[in-house]
Ligand binder design. Structure first.
Ligand code: CDP
Ligand code: CDP
Length: 230
């Protein structure tokens, strides 16, 4: 294809966004951008400096001064925070629990959305998050809202963590995921919501390959239309 498009994938925790987005990007030869990793990096920096989340001004000032970089790595995306590889550190349950609170701060979102919009400006990106289709790239040619039942999402996370020996029970994960979704849906700034023009894709009972195929198909249809009209 001569032209490139942007693909926005949003949805709740554990729907398969990052797994699927990475593979869609690989198939299209596009750049994958994990925006959740960026919010996680800010949350990690806030925790390390022991800043109280109630001091939104201090948190925002910190976020503005951070250098957050995403690089394609051997095990998925590598996340650099002021030059340090924090790819693992941003995935701990402690960070996970705090991210929605940091992500609810409007000034933090302004800093990260600005960065994300610069990354998407050249087209040819597959970006996943919560507000990509609604706020970050509202003009994305393809928007997907990827969901799955909360039980299925908790089960997936449980299977995933079992492999890394984490000591979380299924019930804990179910509770944590439901609570994080609630916070993401109820926040005032850019809450988790399906964009009116997004395609709803329920991945409950689907394999990763099936979900990837459906999204790539949608992208190819849009790219084909672009070739014939544009
Ligand atoms: O991978 P998982 O679904 O567990 O989470 P994530 O995509 O890494 O995102 C972690 C948290 O960052 C979410 O629960 C949101 O609070 C926040 N986030 C956001 O507010 N906006 C985005 N575009 C991406 C993530
Ligand atoms: O990024 P998000 O939080 O939406 O989910 P993820 O971290 O990409 O995926 C959660 C887990 O579900 C991973 O272990 C995937 O292998 C698994 N999974 C999936 O993503 N899609 C399916 N259709 C089935 C399983």
């Amino acid at each position: 294809y001569t032209a490139k498009i942007n693909v926005a994938i949003d949805g709740p925790a554990g729907a398969g966004k990052s797994t699927v987005a990475r593979q869609v990007a690989a198939q299209l030869g596009y750049l994958y951008i994990d925006t959740g990793a960026m919010y996680r990096a800010v949350a990690l920096a806030v925790m390390r400096r022991k800043l109280p989340l109630s001091d939104e001004e201090a948190v925002a000032r910190l976020a503005e001064g951070l250098q957050i970089e995403l690089r394609p790595g051997s095990e998925g995306q590598q996340v650099l925070l002021d030059g340090e590889d924090v790819s693992r550190a941003i995935r701990t349950p402690e960070v996970t629990k705090r991210v929605p609170q940091v992500a609810a701060i409007e000034a933090v979102r302004r800093v990260l959305v600005n960065l994300q919009q610069k990354m998407a400006a050249g087209k040819g990106v597959v970006m996943d998050g919560r507000d990509i289709g609604t706020h970050v790239i509202p003009n994305a040619e393809v928007k997907i809202f990827l969901t799955a039942s909360v039980e299925e999402r908790a089960r997936r996370r449980y299977e995933e963590l079992k492999r890394t020996n984490a000591h979380l029970t299924y019930e804990q994960l179910l509770h944590d995921i439901a609570e994080r979704d609630r916070q993401d849906r109820e926040r005032l700034t850019a809450p988790l919501v399906q964009a009116p023009d997004a395609v709803l894709l329920d991945s409950t009972g689907l394999t990763i390959a099936q979900v990837v195929e459906r999204i790539v198909q949608i992208c190819r249809r849009v790219l084909d239309e672009g070739e014939s009209y544009g």
